[in-house]
Design a binder for this molecule. Structure first.
Ligand code: NAD
Length: 319
């Protein structure tokens, strides 16, 4: 049993925190959403999964500044654009032996977290578990998922096995993976293609297949992102990512990626950690990424309109 703090206890943080607490770990949820924290304190976290609709009790739910117990494991699950501020808010909880795990999407969080802990104490990876925040204190997760992770510096230390064991015990299907950077870049390629395309056009994932150019554009972005990954020495599997994109367009009927949901709600998106980080890496490597960069610019334009009080963040809402 280990002491675990979840930094950013929204959809994913609440799901992971609750599953870890159910497995007997001592879990503290740290967030700045007071309505959510208050609901968890009063009623427990309502977690709906395929197995059961239950309330998970026994987790502490605190604002970061209220916490004082140093965790053995800190799992970061804020959206990537909030990572730096969130880590600054838990500086006082980072002991010399605290391991930090990030399974956030995109590429941006690693550098932000390494401003606060050395890379040797950071674990990174990807997860395919899905989760939605239904309302304060209420999270829904449908289907199965898994986790692949490794130390950010690639060295397989005891903290890797310890963290894998804790997540496995919670039924979260976790494996240590020496090729974690390939998994991260492959997920970034998928997200860099589908998320902004849906966000900019207001399309659900399946609607990208309404015309051949939609699918072609998605695959063009995938090819650009994977070329950047290869320029950095990461051995990515283009066939697998292409197949995943085609499967999503063919089967994810009515699915609105989180970036589209953020745009519709006039919130900031994770575009900088996804397309933005790819474009920055592409510039360093001299790899052309015109489609990826155009989508970055378009999403930034929509975000700017929302930030300036423009009517409706979505192009569809403007008319
Ligand atoms: P979310 O918006 O539901 O949760 C993020 C939480 O972070 C919110 O509760 C917010 O209040 C909190 N937060 C923001 N700033 C904070 C701060 N300074 N200190 C403490 N807490 C702070 O987001 P999510 O859907 O859970 O996604 C989290 C990450 O996981 C993202 O990178 C996302 O791309 C990734 N991810 C999500 C899913 C999914 O299905 N939701 C799946 C895989 C990966």
């Amino acid at each position: 049993m280990i002491k675990i703090a979840i930094l950013g206890a929204g959809a994913m943080g609440s799901l992971f925190g609750a599953r870890l607490a159910e497995a007997g770990h001592a879990v503290t949820l740290l967030d700045i959403n007071d309505a959510h924290l208050d609901a968890i304190r009063r009623f427990g976290l309502r977690l709906q999964t395929d197995e059961a609709d239950r309330r998970v009790h026994g987790m502490r739910a605190l604002r970061p500044e209220q916490a004082d117990a140093i965790p053995e494991l800190l799992i970061v699950f804020t959206k990537s654009m909030h990572t730096r501020a969130a880590m600054a808010g838990v500086r006082h909880l980072l002991g010399p032996d605290t391991t930090v795990l990030s399974l956030q999407n995109g590429l941006g969080s690693v550098d932000a977290i390494c401003e606060f802990v050395p890379a040797q104490r950071l674990l990174i990876g990807v997860t395919t578990w899905p989760a939605d925040l239904v309302g304060p204190g209420h999270v829904h997760s449908h289907g199965e998922g898994g986790i692949r992770m490794m130390s950010a510096d690639g060295v397989d230390r005891p903290a890797v096995a310890g963290t894998v064991a804790a997540l496995e015990r919670a039924g979260l299907h976790c494996t240590a993976d020496a090729d974690v950077w390939a998994a991260i870049w492959e997920k970034v390629a998928f997200n860099a293609a589908l998320n902004p395309l849906c966000a900019v056009t207001g399309s659900t994932v399946d609607q990208l297949g309404n015309i051949p150019d939609g699918t072609a554009l998605a695959l063009a972005v995938v090819a650009e992102v994977l070329a950047v990954a290869r320029s950095q020495g990461v051995a990515v599997d283009a066939g697998k990512v292409g197949a995943n994109v085609l499967h999503a367009i063919g089967h994810h009927i009515g699915h609105k990626p989180s970036m589209l949901q953020d745009i519709l709600a006039a919130r900031r998106t994770e575009i900088d950690a996804i397309n933005g980080a790819v474009v920055a890496a592409a510039r360093r490597s001299g790899v052309p990424v015109p489609c990826t960069e155009s989508l970055l610019q378009l999403v930034r334009l929509i975000e700017a309109r929302a930030a300036n009080g423009g009517q409706g963040a979505s192009p569809l809402q403007a008319h």
